[in-house]
Design a protein around this ligand. Structure first.
Ligand code: IDC
Length: 463
């Protein structure tokens, strides 16, 4: 330090510190100068920004330009980062964000009540790092999907009438506390040949015409076309888009919709827990403002999987969903292909609010002994939701047992238990509700339905 005075050294240190902070901010500044990958587009309503990876910017800043809620550039809101002696803030015209999140160049920032960027801190369940960028949630799982705004539902529809559902005792009730029974139809594997084309708005509308108020989306995990199957060539983005489309059809029609993580071959839900964590973080963030979305976290645990395995999984996934959505209905599968609801009462999940447990039945295989499990579970205070059933055998095929099916129907209706029929497909198997000779993807007449399809339709119709 020869030749440098103490005073010079202090000035030099201060300058260096200042320079570093400028460099730090210009990390996002560099992006602000044009590194968010995408293209500007113009149509009759104005300029908008398409991301390289698909989708377009809305309600966020890209390179200093504000794209409004519809995705159009609002020049008067052009914004930029500012710094004063207290800290960083963001200015757009005379406005600056206070006590709110703001998305700038694809990152989320939080500003305090005075408008300063919050750094190195928890904001609710979200952590912002030294640069003020949201990097993680309490569960350690971070989702970057855009949270959608609350939709509106058509008048007269189930969702308009009942709103955000809740669990009271063993019952599913409406926002205002009235007992409700959801009556649903499950899709086939969402991208499987015999079912994929039936995921369209007209098809859901046909089902709604029967009295169906719930659609279940079977998102297989390990099977072909499964979310966790990496060797089938099916992209996760394709599966996500199918889910997004299906949820939008159900929403437009005012129907409830279950996003079903359809474990089956993978027996134990912990097999793909890493993927499940991310999946539910993403879906629950996207649909946090949707009163009509329910989450089924594991279709059918089976094989050697015990209730304590499932509970461990559920106690991991439920808090992740709750970080985004504090009250959506969460459905938890049970061991033995979702039959052992009677094992829950002595050891339920930790966060019990608005959680129900899942039973499945196939009437020709599952008879009085399984109905007894349902009764004893309910008697012990366990809320049960039937997210899959059919009048045939457990392999989805074989012949229909009407007398067993009628017993189930009576027990379920008498107790206003919600149910979902398997499945919206025209595969040549008994449980498919559309005849294999029928290639229509909506508007089916009774003669185009299979026997199990007509049985389900009449049940939903209240006959
Ligand atoms: C079945 C389909 C069948 C398909 C099979 C794949 O109906 O076409 O080949 O999956 O493993 C369930 C499962 C559900 C099954 C259904 C009928 O949740 O995925 O669908 N079933 O076997 N549990 C009991 C029966």
């Amino acid at each position: 330090m020869k030749g440098i005075s103490r005073k010079q050294l202090i000035v030099w240190l201060l300058m260096t510190a200042l320079l570093f902070s400028v460099i730090r901010m210009s990390d996002s500044g560099a992006e602000a100068a044009g590194t968010v990958a995408g293209t500007w587009k113009q149509d009759s309503k104005g300029w908008w920004f398409r991301f390289k990876n698909g989708g377009y910017a809305k309600d966020e800043y890209i390179n200093g330009y504000y794209l409004d809620k519809k995705g159009y550039w609002q020049k008067k809101w052009n914004g930029s980062w500012k710094k004063d002696k207290t800290g960083w803030w963001f200015k757009a015209g005379k406005w600056y964000p206070k006590k709110q999140w703001l998305r700038v160049d694809r990152k989320y920032y939080y500003f305090n009540a005075k408008g300063y960027l919050v750094t190195n801190a928890w904001v609710g369940n979200y952590y912002v790092n030294k640069d003020g960028v949201w990097t993680k949630t309490r569960s350690g799982v971070t989702s970057n999907v855009t949270k959608l705004k609350a939709p509106s539902y058509p008048s007269g529809s189930a969702v308009k009438k009942w709103g955000a559902l809740q669990v009271k005792g063993t019952d599913l009730v409406s926002a205002s506390g009235a007992k409700v029974q959801l009556k649903g139809v499950s899709t086939f594997g969402i991208i499987w040949d015999e079912g994929r084309a039936n995921i369209n708005k007209e098809a859901f509308s046909t089902l709604k015409g029967w009295g169906t108020n719930l659609i279940r989306l079977a998102v297989y995990t390990e099977e072909y076309g499964g979310y966790c199957n990496t060797s089938d060539g099916v992209q996760t983005s394709t599966l996500n888009q199918t889910i997004y489309d299906a949820v939008s059809y159900a929403t437009d029609l005012g129907m409830y919709v279950i996003i079903d993580w359809h474990i089956l071959k993978d027996g134990n839900p912990n097999t793909h827990i890493a993927e499940a964590k991310q999946f539910f973080a993403d879906m629950s963030r996207k649909y946090a403002n949707y009163d009509n979305v329910l989450y089924e976290i594991c279709n059918e645990p089976n094989g050697s999987t015990t209730w304590s395995d499932v509970k461990k999984y559920a106690d991991t996934i439920i808090p992740i969903i709750r970080e985004n959505d504090p009250d959506a209905i969460i459905l938890v599968g049970t061991p033995t292909w979702s039959q052992d609801v009677d094992q829950v009462a002595s050891n339920p999940v930790k966060q019990k609010k608005n959680v129900m447990y899942v039973m499945h039945f196939y009437a020709a295989t599952h008879k009085e002994w399984l109905r007894d499990k349902l009764k004893s579970a309910r008697a012990a205070g366990t809320p049960v939701f039937i997210t899959e059933c059919s009048s045939c055998s457990a392999d989805g095929n074989g012949s229909i047992d009407y007398s067993s099916a009628n017993e189930w129907k009576k027990l379920i209706n008498d107790n206003k238990i919600s149910f979902v029929g398997w499945s919206l497909s025209n595969k040549n198997e008994t449980s498919a509700i559309i005849r294999s000779s029928c290639s229509k993807h909506s508007g089916w007449s009774d003669s185009e339905l299979t026997d199990s399809g007509r049985y389900l339709k009449q049940w939903i119709q209240g006959k």
